[in-house]
Ligand binder design. Structure first.
Ligand code: KG4
Ligand code: ZN
Length: 331
């Protein structure tokens, strides 16, 4: 069965073609460059970029899969959460295709798509129960998944998302946007305790806004004390910062596994590209006998393949479809 997956919730226009769970193509055009000078995604720019690019992304995805539109059996698209204008472009495009081709349509939740990424290309077996860990620019969520169409949110950030904190701190330190990959490169484990920064944690809920503010204060304090913020000092500060973020996430997901007596965790979201987080999940997984299912790098960022994969699963195993009246929802 061939599924087309359309993802436009933020700044990536991404369309994939899957044969069951095998990815035949996954083509993405990002409007990231256009947002860089603003230090974050500008919704209006993102919407216009989706409108401009979606046709050629579809064409390239079909070409790469060596298929034509008439070969597609199911059309899946992200309908929530995300930037409302961006969501509407992909969702309406999908509905139009569904009507024109006479094929079923299914709307999927972007965040559930993230934790489904590790099942693409049969990297890991789709088997419940498991916990879903989603760490992205907009969300930091833990789900208990006993039924893939009904994940239960059991932990979440109470304020900023982890990726958002990375992006905002990087911006304050003059390192551009997005901040996660830059801080990932700067990170050196020997500086992990050079400064003491703490994330908030209450049970399975987290908080990243306090640590973000502490980092901004630290910069102001150093500069007003006449200290030059050299690259080496930035590296020390940001290594301590990243260490604290990663450790709280690892600690919390292990606690969630214990509480729920579940030892499989499917991870996803842009921050799961972080090399130190991947390393720590693997280390702690071995130590605690937890299997962390970590997707390959290309499927950590927003992508059409995760949307197609989840859509295929819900249609094929759960017999679910969506009405064409399904609305885009920002949150
Ligand atoms: O999942 P995603 O592509 O978009 C959302 O749904 O939000 O995640 C984007 C986030 C950004 O905050 C970005 O800084 C972060 O993922 N990110 C990283 C890395 N690559 C991207 N964070 C840490 N380390 C990375 N290597
Ligand atoms: Zn995402």
């Amino acid at each position: 069965m061939y599924t087309l997956g359309i993802e436009t919730s933020c700044d990536e226009t991404s369309i994939a073609v899957l044969k069951n769970l095998e990815v035949l193509s996954n083509v993405t055009i990002s409007s990231l460059k256009a947002h860089k000078k603003y230090g974050g995604v500008v919704p209006e720019i993102a919407t216009r970029a989706h409108l401009k690019n979606i046709d050629r992304v579809l064409k390239a995805a079909l070409e790469k899969a060596a298929l034509e539109l008439k070969d597609i059996d199911l059309i899946a698209a992200t309908h929530r959460p995300g930037l409302i204008g961006s969501l509407m472009v992909g969702l309406n495009f999908a509905k139009g295709l569904s009507l024109a081709l006479g094929r079923p349509f299914i709307g999927v939740n972007h965040l559930h798509g993230h934790f489904f990424s590790s099942f693409l290309n049969y990297q890991y077996k789709v088997k419940v129960p498991f916990l879903g860990l989603v760490v992205s620019g907009g969300h930091t969520n833990i789900y208990e998944v006993r039924d893939i169409d009904k994940p239960r949110l059991i932990g979440s950030t109470q304020d900023d998302a982890c990726g958002e904190a990375l992006d905002k701190v990087a911006k304050a330190y003059g390192l551009g946007y997005p901040g996660g990959p830059v801080i990932d490169k700067l990170f050196r484990p020997e500086y992990k305790n050079e400064f003491q920064f703490r994330c908030g944690k209450k049970g399975l809920d987290l908080s990243f806004s306090g640590i973000k503010t502490a980092l901004v204060y630290k910069k102001n304090e150093l500069e007003s004390g006449g200290k030059k913020l050299t690259n080496s000092l930035k590296r020390k500060i940001l290594s301590s910062f990243q260490f604290s973020l990663v450790e709280v996430i690892v600690k919390t997901i292990i606690e969630a596994c214990r509480r729920k007596s579940i030892n499989r965790v499917s991870c996803g979201g842009g921050v799961v590209a972080n090399s130190f987080l991947r390393q720590r999940l693997e280390e702690e997984g071995r130590k605690n006998k937890i299997s962390f299912m970590i997707p390959s790098l290309e499927y950590t960022q927003d992508n059409g393949a995760m949307v197609a994969g989840l859509g295929f699963y819900l249609y094929n195993k759960k017999r679910l479809v969506s009405k064409l009246s399904l609305a885009a929802e920002a949150s």
